[in-house]
Design a protein around this ligand. Structure first.
Ligand SMILES: Cc1cc2nc3c(=O)[nH]c(=O)nc-3n(C[C@H](O)[C@H](O)[C@H](O)COP(=O)(O)OP(=O)(O)OC[C@H]3O[C@@H](n4cnc5c(N)ncnc54)[C@H](O)[C@@H]3O)c2cc1C
Length: 448
C-alpha cells in the first residue's frame, strides 16, 4: 500500500493513536517507526508500538476528581486505541489505571497491523518531508538527524534539549498567611505592576540548614549513561547539585534573601524560596530555580517543610531527562500545524505535553484534525473547559505561560471556577467539562 494519504512518523503513544484515528476515519496511513530496524532510543527496549518506557501507569482513572482521569474518559468517548487496549492489559493498582506493558504494547501493535488502512513501515526518517500531509510524533527521544531537521524548520533556538524541570504548585494550596508577595528590591517589572509579582516563603537559619541537608540526603533518580552526555542548560542546574557545592551556595543563588523584606519582621529572612506565576490565571506557581532530580516522594516530603508550603499540592514535580520539544505556542496553529509549513503537524510529547496519556491525547486530536482536513470537514478544537481542550490550549498557546515548559494535564489549566467552594471544585470542573465535551461531540462530524 504505497498510496497513503498521510505519513505519521513515530509509532509511540501519540503516533499510534493518531494513526488509529485517521485509519478509523477511512484514511490511508503510512506509519514509520525506526525501532525494528536495529535502531533503538536510549529508553525503549522492544520493537513494540506504544511501548511504555518507564512506569506502567496511566495514573488516576477517577473521572470525577482527577484531571487525567477525566482525560481518560474523554479519550474513551473519542474511540481512543490507547484507552481501548489498556483495558484488557489492566493490572490491579487501586484507583489508577496500570497495565502489563507487554500485553498493552502487543495489543496496540496488533490492532494497527491488522487495520486495512494502516501500513507500518520500519524505517528511520531523517528529514522533515517537504510535502505531503505529515504528523511528526517522534517523542522526547527523537533521533538526532530528524531533531536537527526539525530544528532547522522550527528555528534552532526553538528546539529545546530540555534537562531539568522545577515543580509547579496549585495556588490555593499555598499558605499566604506565612508567605508574602514582593519583587526583590520592590522592582517594577517590564510589564508594569506593583512590584509584587513573586510569592516569597521565608526560612530562618535552622530551617535553611535542615533543608540543605534534606537536599543532600534525599533519594535521587539514577540516570542512564546517555543522560550524563546531555549537558545541563545554563541556569538549569538541579538544586541538589548546587547544594552539594557548599552550605551557602543556595543562599547566594535561588534562595537568596537580599532585597526581600518580610513584612512580619521588617527584615530579610535568612533564606527565601520564591514562586513565580506559571499561567495567566494565576492558579499555578513555579518554584524558581528548583529543578531537581530528587525522587518524587522525596520532593513532596522535603518541599512541604518550606514555610507556607506545608500543604502544597503539586501540579507537576521536578524531573530530569533528555526531552526534545518545540515551542508549540509560538510555532503551531490551533490545529497543531506548523505555521511555517502547514502540511506538517506535531503530536505527542514533542509539542510540550508531558506523560503517556497526554501524549496519546494530543496524538488523538492531531489525527482527528488531520482527518477532518483531508475529508474537507471543519473540526473546532475541543472547548477550553474540557481536559482535552485545556491540554490543547496549553500546547497551542490559548493559555499563556510565562515560560513554556512541558506539563501534565491538571485543573490549573482549566478556566477558573472561583465561585465554587474549594471542596467541591474538582467535581465542579469535571461536571462542567462533561457537559461541554458532550456539546462539542454533538458538533463533531463522524465520517460516514
Ligand atoms: C526516560 C523517560 C522516562 C519517562 N517516564 C515516564 C513515566 O513514567 N510516565 C509517563 O507518563 N511518561 C513518562 N515519560 C514521558 C513519556 O515518554 C512520554 O510521555 C511518551 O512516551 C511520549 O509519547 P510520544 O508518542 O510523544 O513519544 P514516544 O512514546 O517516545 O514515541 C516516539 C516514537 O518515535 C520513534 N522515533 C524517534 N525518532 C524517529 C525517527 N527519526 N524516525 C522514525 N521513528 C522515530 C521512537 O522509536 C518512538 O517509538 C518518560 C520519558 C522518558 C524519556
Amino acid at each position: 500500500m504505497s498510496n497513503h494519504q498521510i505519513h505519521v512518523i513515530g509509532g509511540g503513544l501519540a503516533g499510534s493513536e493518531a494513526a488509529w484515528q485517521l485509519a478509523q476515519a477511512g484514511i490511508k496511513v503510512r506509519l514509520s517507526e525506526m525501532r525494528g530496524t536495529g535502531e533503538m532510543t536510549p529508553a525503549h527496549q522492544t520493537d513494540g508500538l506504544a511501548e511504555l518506557v518507564c512506569s506502567n501507569s496511566f495514573r488516576s482513572d477517577d473521572a470525577d476528581k482527577n484531571a487525567v482521569g477525566l482525560l481518560h474518559q474523554e479519550m474513551r468517548r473519542l474511540g481512543s486505541l490507547i484507552m481501548d487496549r489498556a483495558e484488557p492489559a489492566k493490572v490491579p493498582a487501586g484507583s489508577a489505571l496500570a497495565v502489563d506493558r507487554h500485553v498493552f504494547s502487543d495489543g496496540v501493535t496488533r490492532a494497527l497491523a491488522e487495520h486495512p488502512n494502516v501500513e507500518i513501515v520500519r524505517e528511520r526518517i531523517d528529514t522533515l518531508p517537504t510535502d505531503g500531509m505529515t504528523i511528526v510524533a517522534t517523542g522526547p527521544l527523537t533521533a538526532a538527524a530528524l531533531a536537527s531537521s526539525i530544528g532547522e524548520a522550527a528555528g534552532m533556538e526553538h528546539l529545546a534539549f530540555f534537562d531539568a524541570i522545577a515543580p509547579v504548585i496549585h495556588f490555593d494550596s499555598i499558605d499566604m498567611e506565612e508567605c508574602w508577595m514582593a519583587n526583590r528590591w520592590d522592582k517594577i517589572g517590564p510589564g508594569g505592576g506593583e512590584g509584587k509579582d513573586y510569592i516569597n516563603c521565608p526560612m530562618n537559619k535552622e530551617q535553611y540548614q535542615a533543608f540543605v541537608q534534606g537536599l543532600l540526603d534525599g533519594e535521587k533518580t539514577e540516570f542512564k549513561e546517555w543522560e550524563s552526555s546531555t549537558p545541563y542548560f545554563e541556569g538549569c542546574m538541579p538544586i541538589e547539585v548546587m547544594a552539594s557545592r557548599g552550605p551557602e551556595t543556595l543562599r547566594h543563588g535561588p534562595m537568596k534573601p537580599m532585597g526581600l523584606d518580610n513584612p512580619k519582621t521588617g527584615r530579610w529572612p535568612y533564606a527565601v524560596v520564591q514562586l513565580r506565576q506559571d499561567n495567566a490565571s494565576g492558579t499555578l506557581w513555579n518554584m524558581v530555580g528548583f529543578q531537581t532530580k530528587l525522587k518524587h516522594g522525596a520532593q513532596v516530603e522535603l518541599f512541604r517543610t518550606i514555610p507556607g508550603l506545608e500543604k502544597a499540592e503539586f501540579a507537576r514535580l521536578g524531573g530530569l531527562h533528555r526531552n526534545t520539544f518545540i515551542q508549540s505556542p509560538k510555532l503551531l496553529d490551533p490545529t497543531l500545524r506548523l505555521k511555517s509549513a502547514p502540511h506538517i503537524r506535531f503530536a505527542g510529547q514533542m509539542t510540550g505535553c508531558e506523560g503517556y496519556v497526554e501524549s496519546a491525547a494530543i496524538g488523538l486530536i492531531a489525527g482527528r484534525f488531520a482527518a477532518a482536513e483531508i475529508l474537507g470537514q471543519e473540526l473546532a478544537p475541543p472547548p477550553a473547559d474540557t481536559a482535552l481542550g485545556a491540554l490543547l490550549g496549553h500546547v497551542t498557546g490559548n493559555v499563556e505561560t510565562t515560560d513554556y515548559q512541558p506539563m501534565n494535564v491538571n485543573f490549573g489549566l482549566f478556566p477558573t471556577l472561583d465561585d465554587v467552594k474549594k471542596k467541591q471544585r474538582k467535581e465542579a470542573y469535571t461536571a462542567r467539562a462533561r457537559a461541554s465535551f458532550g456539546r462539542w461531540l454533538g458538533e463533531v462530524v463522524e465520517p460516514a
